[in-house]
Design a protein around this ligand. Structure first.
Ligand SMILES: Nc1ncnc2c1ncn2[C@@H]1O[C@H](COP(=O)(O)OP(=O)(O)OP(=O)(O)O)[C@@H](O)[C@H]1O
Length: 236
């Protein structure tokens, strides 16, 4: 399966953020979405998740036979950089509610404590209100429900930045494990993370998406090539 983006456009008043972005994201790969501050990475995710109307272009899922369809809500999982969770529920209540309403589409429902164990959320925190969770813990809950829902496309907006080094390493492992069945697009400002985790890099600059391929380059030269693309300089 592929997520195909064609000539995507989005402006806010007179500011054109996406000016005809095209790209093809394939299943089985982790894509690093890199762009400078304000380049439009979150806007791009918001458009794909249909939180925002697009001004032009299209995007669709294409299966192995070339059949295309519009992504349904359950095809897309979106982990926001600033986690949004129902603060008035406890971690357990939130997880239980999520499992209840999605029971039909979850292949193999496990116990709540198994999920908490998997995300390394301490027993004493499981029945606390989400409003008292740290930023990283809220992010873990958001990532957890998205992993349970198992969508074809996972959009991850700076998800690992708030995790401590141990959890971040575990999450990287986990993303590598699940990538064969998913299209994963991962935005980050951390170059080392992009180089370490991502199979391909897409740079968003000037409203368009540009692939940066490693080919036979050394890590140092690849990094320089990405920085050139981020600055909008021509590669030679
Ligand atoms: N809802 C909105 N209304 C008006 N302008 C917006 C809106 N959302 C984003 N923008 C503008 O669009 C541009 C791109 O913002 P966006 O948040 O997508 O960038 P980003 O690449 O995610 O940035 P960063 O790396 O700093 O998080 C910015 O100039 C921003 O001010």
């Amino acid at each position: 399966m592929k997520l195909v983006i064609r000539e995507l456009k989005k402006s806010f008043d007179k500011k054109e953020v996406l000016s005809g972005a095209s790209f093809s994201f394939e299943k089985g790969k982790i894509y690093g979405l890199l762009g400078r501050n304000g380049a439009g990475k979150t806007t791009f995710f918001n458009c794909i998740n249909e939180d925002m109307e697009i001004d032009g272009g299209e995007f669709f899922l294409e299966d192995e036979d070339g059949a295309a369809r519009k992504p349904a809500a359950e095809d897309i999982g979106y982990v926001l950089s600033t986690p949004v969770v129902p603060e008035f529920l406890t971690g357990r209540e939130f997880l239980k509610f999520f499992l209840d309403i999605n029971r039909k589409r979850i292949q193999e429902v496990k116990s709540e404590d198994e999920y908490f164990d998997f995300m390394d959320i301490d027993s004493e925190d499981r029945d606390r209100l989400l409003k008292d969770y740290s930023h990283g813990m809220k992010n873990k809950m958001q990532l957890l429900v998205n992993l349970i829902a198992d969508p074809a496309v996972l959009l991850l907006d700076e998800p690992l930045t708030s995790f401590d080094v141990v959890v971040a390493e575990e999450m990287k492992q986990l993303l590598r494990q699940i990538k064969k069945d998913h299209i994963i697009i991962f935005s980050t400002h951390i170059m080392e993370l992009a180089l370490d985790l991502c199979d391909e890099i897409a740079v968003l600059n000037g409203g368009v998406l540009e692939p940066v391929t490693k080919e036979n380059l050394s890590d140092r030269d690849f990094k320089d090539k990405i920085i050139q693309a981020l600055k909008g300089e021509e590669n030679d």
